[in-house]
Design a protein around this ligand. Sequence first.
Ligand SMILES: C[S@@+](CC[C@H](N)C(=O)[O-])C[C@H]1O[C@@H](n2cnc3c(N)ncnc32)[C@H](O)[C@@H]1O
Length: 348
Amino acid sequence: MAEHLSQSELDYPFKLLEYLNGYRISKGIFSACELGVFELLLESEKPLTAGEMAQKLGTSEDGLKRLLDLLVAIEILNVEDVQGTAFYNNTDVANLYLAKSSPKSLHTSIVYQSQTIYPLWNNLGDAVREGKNQNEKTFGLPSEEIFSAIYRSEDEMLKFMGLMNSTWVIDRHDIATAFDLSRFKSIIDLGGCSGVLARELAKEYPSSTVTVLDLPDVIQSAQRHFVQEGDTIRFQEGDFFDGEIPSADLYILARILHDWKDDKNLKLLKKIHTACNTGGGVLIAEVLMFENGRGTTLTQMLSLNMLVQTEGKEHPPSYYKHLLNEAGFRDVQVCRTGKLYDAILALK
Ligand SMILES: C[S@@+](CC[C@H](N)C(=O)[O-])C[C@H]1O[C@@H](n2cnc3c(N)ncnc32)[C@H](O)[C@@H]1O
């Protein structure tokens, strides 16, 4: 198959051209989100012309029309021509995932990708050459202080928290139900950010108490901006590297171990093992590579993303199994969810 593909690419490099222009597709969608295109079309009771939309969004009509026509070409928008005038409307996917007010909106994650990840990827070549993140070159912040760079202002912290939230909007149920966790009565989500995954666990396992432990500034921000009425989860300020880890039956480590180098990961897992109640465990949620080092395109891109932004990388299940065993955990089970994030459960 690969031979056939590369043979046809020699005749005319369709796929290569598509890849080379991929960033324009991303930026087209990012910009439409930032300008409010999808939200306007969701709110509108009827399809709109480029002129009507330009007026409401405060853009040039010509620029907006070209952007709308790109979105039509990639099947993100629908268009209907009525007596020579184009009327634009969201596809169902745009209504569900791109409009800001949809409950499944990826809007915050898209804005973060546009404003933070995209500039970091502009230095991808340097990241590969130097083997380290590009926070210093991109934002003038020390490369070893990952979360000081990510949280360089309250506004950036909120944007990052929004990014974390919007991933779990689509994947949280699969992680919460990858294993039956009902026997774990006290659960601590270490580095649990604003608590989206913790809330899903609390919903799925109502007889368990679920606590989010994160850095003090993050917890304070979560309590100011993300607490919901009737919230069933608790928040606790802490530092999983330098502070105490409270005892619990189950610890969640969602997208934590991929941020750090091996020695820090082992130190953290050993601390968790010591704090963990007998019969308890740890649940890891990460994107998993295949054992041969390959992975889906998205997995490989996320691993490169860890290079440009953090000190970690994405790993195959054997990496986590080895670390968990080193830290004293046993009975390591892996659940590939078939979605972006997978789950690993290990017991003390
Ligand atoms: C990549 S985010 C993952 C957030 C969340 N678990 C999720 O999957 O949405 C890493 C989280 O670890 C937290 N964190 C980083 N260093 C920490 C530390 N030393 N102690 C506690 N939390 C920390 C960050 O504030 C952030 O919320």
